[in-house]
Write a protein that binds this ligand. Structure first.
Ligand SMILES: [Zn+2]
Ligand SMILES: [Zn+2]
Length: 255
């Protein structure tokens, strides 16, 4: 599997882009950096977009990709998939026709550019050669991470935004993770803010990693708030965690 990091930052700042991860050019996870990063021909290859939660930095590319696809002559539809509470918010707040046209009924009700699809937590869905399972995480709004497995049994897990989440790791127990994309948004001194808003600090992420059995082969830290990036980096270094490093926008990960 190859993951292209269109963005992996915890904010939009010059040189820092919100989260979007493209799997083998075809399946997208979150849409924080989408239409401003991919050529139109590459946008047209995407048929399925998995969303972790309804916060704006994860959904903002949905209206723009729909708008780009409507003008193509060739029919191209995109599925937007997530757990039911996330799909409900997208339908009600993003695609209700008030801030952007409702692309689930354009060009017509039977063939909308976008289809919203509800996933059942813990239940795998097969897309192409991948098995993708949503495992809900603890955040300030309903949210889910995604475990993705390819035909050869290689797995990665993308947490999206999360605070401490005991249940998530318990449910995934015994499934080795070859690559973990996990968030750290705040430095250690902001632990209270992190817990209140459903995020992690370096110390909190270290505690999360100790719950994962077996320990992931590689760990990439994402969603750092750019203003704290130096502090977070040095705090992570001090913790001396195995096979862990910060991920950067534009990188490609091979699994
Ligand atoms: Zn969030
Ligand atoms: Zn976020």
């Amino acid at each position: 599997m190859e993951i292209k990091v269109l963005g992996c930052s915890g904010a939009e700042f010059p040189g820092h882009r919100p989260p979007s991860f493209l799997l083998d050019g075809r399946i997208l996870f979150d849409t924080g950096s989408l239409t401003n990063q991919l050529e139109i021909k590459d946008q047209l290859r995407i048929e399925n977009i998995f969303i972790t939660h309804s916060h704006l930095d994860h959904i903002l590319g949905i209206p723009f990709i729909a708008d780009n696809l409507i003008f193509r002559k060739k029919k191209h539809r995109v599925n937007i998939l997530s757990i039911p509470p996330v799909v409900r918010v997208i339908r009600k707040s993003l695609l209700d026709g008030s801030i952007w046209p409702d692309f689930t009924v354009i060009p017509n009700t039977h063939e909308g550019i976008l289809s919203l699809i509800e996933l059942k937590a813990g239940h795998p869905i097969m897309i192409d050669d991948y098995t993708i399972t949503p495992y809900p995480v603890n955040h300030s709004v309903p949210a889910t991470g995604y475990l993705v497995e390819d035909k050869s049994g290689k797995r990665f897990f993308y947490t999206g935004d999360m605070g401490p989440s005991d249940q998530t790791w318990k449910k995934m127990e015994g499934q080795p993770i070859h690559c973990l994309l996990i968030e750290v948004s705040f430095p250690n001194r902001m632990k209270d803010v992190a817990l209140k808003t459903g995020h992690l600090t370096p110390r909190l992420v270290s505690n999360e990693l100790s719950k994962i059995n077996p320990y992931p082969k590689r760990v990439f830290i994402i969603h750092i708030k750019p203003q704290y990036s130096k502090t977070i980096q040095s705090e992570l270094q001090k913790l001396n965690l195995t096979n862990l490093r910060l991920l950067k926008d534009g990188e490609t990960i091979k699994i």
